[in-house]
Design a protein around this ligand. Structure first.
Ligand SMILES: CC(C)(COP(=O)(O)OP(=O)(O)OC[C@H]1O[C@@H](n2cnc3c(N)ncnc32)[C@H](O)[C@@H]1OP(=O)(O)O)[C@@H](O)C(=O)NCCC(=O)NCCS
Length: 166
C-alpha cells in the first residue's frame, strides 16, 4: 500500500537514508545528522514540487520510500527516486515501484518520469531496466564538493507503462 509520507515516518526513514547502500546511491553520499534529516523532511513535505510516498507491505510494515521531485505539473513530468529499508527482502523495490507508478500515471495523470542513476549503481540500473525505463542519455552530476559523477538518464512514459501493465 502506498501513502503520502508523513512527518512521523521521517524518524524511520532516517535509518534507511543513512545506511551505506542508500547513501552510496545518492549524489551527496556523506552521512547526515538526525537534525539535518528532520529539517529536510519538513521542507520537502511543504513543497508542491515534491511528492513523497511510503510503501507498506500486506502486514502494514513500512518498507520503501518513493519520491517524485522537480515536478512540472504543466507537462506532467517529474524526476523520481526510490530506496528501501536495506534489511527488507529482494522484490520489495519492484512492488513499491509498481504501486507508486500506477498512482502517479493513472491517478495523477503524469506523462513521463525521469531517473538519473549513478553508473556504479548496477543494481539500480538493472532495477530500472526491469521495470520498463529506457536509457535516453548520459549526464555528469556534481556533488556539494564539486566532484563529478557519471549518471545514466532513464525515462518511462505513461504510454509505455500502461502498455506493459496490461
Ligand atoms: C533500488 C532498490 C529500490 C531496488 O529494490 P529491490 O527490492 O532490491 O529490487 P527488486 O528485488 O524488486 O529487483 C528488481 C530488479 O532489479 C534487479 N536487482 C535488484 N537487486 C539486485 C541485486 N542485488 N543483484 C542483481 N540485480 C538486482 C533485478 O533485475 C531485479 O529483477 P529480478 O529480481 O526479477 O531479477 C533497492 O535495491 C535500494 O533501495 N537500493 C539502494 C538505493 C538505490 O540505489 N536507489 C535507486 C537510486 S537511482
Amino acid at each position: 500500500m502506498i501513502d503520502f509520507l508523513k512527518i512521523e515516518d521521517c524518524h524511520l526513514i532516517y535509518e534507511w537514508r543513512n545506511s551505506l547502500s542508500v547513501r552510496q546511491s545518492m549524489i551527496n553520499s556523506m552521512p547526515i545528522t538526525y537534525n539535518e534529516h528532520m529539517n529536510w523532511c519538513r521542507e520537502i513535505l511543504d513543497k508542491d514540487s515534491k511528492v513523497w510516498f511510503i510503501y507498506s507491505n500486506e502486514n502494514d510494515v513500512k518498507q520503501a520510500v518513493i519520491y517524485f521531485n522537480d515536478i512540472n505539473y504543466k507537462d506532467g513530468v517529474a524526476k523520481w527516486g526510490i530506496y528501501k529499508n536495506p534489511i527488507s527482502i529482494r522484490g520489495v523495490g519492484k512492488v513499491a515501484a509498481k504501486e507508486s507508478l500506477n498512482k502517479i500515471f493513472i491517478e495523477f495523470g503524469f506523462k513521463k518520469i525521469i531517473a538519473e542513476v549513478k553508473n556504479d549503481n548496477t543494481n539500480s540500473i538493472r532495477f530500472h531496466e526491469s521495470i520498463g525505463f529506457s536509457k535516453v542519455g548520459e549526464k555528469k552530476i556534481y556533488d556539494s564538493n564539486n566532484t563529478p559523477f557519471s549518471c545514466t538518464v532513464y525515462e518511462l512514459t505513461r504510454g509505455h507503462w500502461l502498455l506493459n501493465e496490461e
